[in-house]
Write a protein of this length. Structure first.
Lengths: 141, 203
């Protein structure tokens, strides 16, 4: 388990070439699978600004490892639209406000979203319904 | 448990899809006073220069009306403006400011706002009125809530409430939910014999 805030800024390195591709600037979440499906990079060459989660070998305390430079480029066209999730307003499906997303705990192997942390309490990742430009929508209590 | 909501508070409320996108904001709430429910919403765009939208939101497309937002499953539920406005144009919007009369012919006050039930029912549960009271020393006006009665009639000219509804007047919105439930229990028997809608028969 890792916090999204801890993943931010991690170095992204290829295992085959030991080439540094950039740093993690964000994680893309697919609310349908309730998991992380992509990594956004800052300071990366144009062809590798986003990497699909299934291309990632490992996520550790100090780096994110991708198999190779070519592997990093594959599969990213299928990624859903990226919406920044940290700091975003949380709404329940009943139309109530539930603070903002302070942080997110996710499984570093499967990418599964475990918990959304808000100032008004923790929300199970299984309750995630949508991540959009305006809000994160969760199932009503 | 009924959570009451003032219809005027819905104006400018953001319309959000379950996938988290803001698609519009509420411009006006359109009521079907006969059926006692919301027909739908006319919409305007979001932002400073946004005007009225060509699409509207029929109530069938609403997932829930909440204290912060009106939730919809997706932007696909928005339809032509005409679909919401056409059917109830005559009854639309005219009730605010209309005098309130009891079925005994007493003037109870004037309509300030419409009270609806939060959630997904779209039920119109009552009215906020400026009460007219004879205190002996002159007329005093106070704000109060009256449940929508079974025999209520509403037109652009006046609103008629059953005389017994006055016993269930609440001074503030939170206690109004409980008052409405009490009112429903009180009127449960006659409405059971002659239900006006299936909804009310179940209530």
């Amino acid at each position: 388990m890792m916090l999204m805030s801890q993943a931010h800024g991690l170095l992204v390195i290829t295992a085959e070439e030991a080439e540094q591709l950039g740093r993690v600037s964000g994680l893309t979440i697919d609310p349908r699978t309730r998991s992380v499906v992509g990594v956004r990079l800052s300071g990366a060459p144009k062809h590798a600004t986003a990497i699909a989660w299934d291309r990632i070998e490992g996520v550790g305390r100090s780096a994110v490892v991708v198999r190779s430079v070519t592997a990093a480029g594959a599969g990213r066209d299928d990624l859903p639209t990226h919406h920044e999730i940290l700091g975003k307003r949380v709404l329940t499906e009943n139309g109530s406000e539930h603070g903002t997303v302070k942080d997110i705990a996710f499984d570093t192997t499967t990418g599964h979203i475990h918990t959304l942390y808000t100032a008004l309490g923790d929300i199970s990742g299984n309750h995630l319904l949508g991540v959009g430009g305006y809000a994160v929508v969760v199932r009503g209590a | 448990m009924i959570t009451p909501l003032l219809a005027s508070e819905l104006t400018k409320r953001v319309v959000v899809t379950l996938s988290g996108e803001a698609v519009a904001q509420v411009k006006d709430t359109v009521f079907d006073f006969k059926a006692g429910r919301i027909t739908g919403f006319t919409l305007s765009g979001r932002g400073l220069l946004a005007g009225p939208l060509k699409v509207s939101l029929p109530f069938s497309g609403v997932h829930a009306i909440g204290p912060f937002a009106v939730m919809v499953p997706s932007a696909a539920v928005l339809t032509e403006r005409k679909a919401v406005l056409a059917a109830h144009e005559a009854e639309h919007g005219q009730v605010i400011g209309a005098p309130v009369l009891t079925d005994r012919g007493t003037e109870a006050g004037t309509v300030l706002d419409v009270v609806i039930e939060a959630g997904s029912s779209g039920r119109l549960i009552g009215f906020e009125i400026a009460m007219k009271e004879d205190t002996g020393t002159g007329h005093e006006r106070r704000r109060a809530f009256i449940p929508r009665g079974e025999a209520l009639a509403v037109s652009g000219r006046a609103m008629i409430v059953p005389a017994h509804a006055r016993h269930f007047v609440a001074d503030d919105l939170p206690s109004f939910g409980a008052q409405v439930e009490a009112f429903r229990r009180h009127t449960a028997r006659p409405s059971h014999l002659t239900p006006t809608t299936t909804e009310e028969a179940q209530a």
